[in-house]
Design a protein around this ligand. Structure first.
Ligand SMILES: [Zn+2]
Length: 128
């Protein structure tokens, strides 16, 4: 299957992973709406997060844990949790740090300077 997220899961495409367990991984979005913007995805290919079914309880628990880590790592005032879903057809949840004055406009996102992804990845990992 030609799915970019499945390729990330298999390690065929590099990603700045902040979290991984047997069923889920989370990594930094390459085009962050705000820096620290993280994608949480199931390792099994579902089209939508709501297709996961009863196990989505686990997804929400992990999302909460990562959201708290993003909050701690970035000093944001809240973490927006959202499904957009028309970009990559593999279920994913966006976890986006929000700041009071960020003038949130959503997509398209910005980008990281050299070395910044590594910094954010490490900050979030340390806060988990
Ligand atoms: Zn996939």
């Amino acid at each position: 299957m030609d799915c970019i997220f499945c390729k990330i899961i298999k390690g065929e495409i590099p990603a700045s992973k902040v979290y991984e367990d047997k069923d889920y991984i989370a990594f930094l979005d390459l085009r962050p709406v705000n820096k620290g913007h993280t994608l949480l995805i199931p390792k099994k290919h579902y089209r939508w997060v709501w297709d996961i079914g009863a196990e989505s309880k686990e997804l929400m628990a992990i999302a909460g844990k990562i959201a708290n880590a993003i909050k701690k790592a970035t000093g944001c005032h809240l973490v927006a949790m959202t499904v957009v879903g028309d970009e990559v057809e593999h279920a994913h949840l966006h976890l986006i740090p929000r700041f009071t004055d960020d003038g949130f406009k959503g997509w398209p996102g910005g980008k990281y300077e050299d070395g910044e992804m590594k910094k954010y990845k490490e900050l979030i990992q340390k806060s988990l």
